[in-house]
Ligand binder design. Structure first.
Ligand code: ZN
Length: 145
């Protein structure tokens, strides 16, 4: 199907040219999120500014195309949004990926639409959600400081 090809292209583009990828030597190893079933690992840094906007999201990771593409797309989609909205999006995305939310919603979330096909594959869902759990952790870490 043409749509699947398009989504595949978007995933591969983000995998080959990840947005907001960086070396994060200052992020402790204890903050690394891993998906052992696939070998994906991600650490992530989120900076919230004085206005409560998530002004920067950077990630360092290795793993399969879906885990890296999901991280890359997530940073693009959520950067610049208020913390409360980012948290809400994380919750909603995780719900959708568990098959509990309205997957049609992903169509309104830019390139995230390309992850719709993943929902039918529970093993790949762990790849797609890894970065989102990492962002959740990074935001909580930031608030604790
Ligand atoms: Zn994976």
């Amino acid at each position: 199907m043409a749509f699947d090809d398009l989504y595949q292209e978007i995933i591969l583009d983000h995998y080959r040219n990840p947005r907001n990828a960086a070396r994060l030597d200052n992020v402790p190893d204890s903050a690394v999120h891993e998906n052992p079933t696939c070998g994906d690992s991600i650490k992530l840094l989120a900076r919230v500014n004085g206005q409560g906007l998530v002004e920067e999201i950077l990630f360092e990771g290795k793993g399969c195309a879906i885990s890296m593409a999901s991280a890359s797309i997530m940073t693009e989609e959520l950067k610049g949004r208020p913390v409360a909205e980012v948290r809400e999006r994380i919750r909603e995305f995780l719900r959708i990926m568990r098959g509990e939310g309205d997957s049609a919603q992903l169509e309104d979330w830019g390139d995230l639409a390309c992850l719709k096909g993943v929902i039918s594959y529970p093993v790949r869902v762990k790849c797609a959600t890894l970065a989102w759990h990492a962002l959740e952790g990074a935001l909580s870490r930031g608030e604790a400081q």
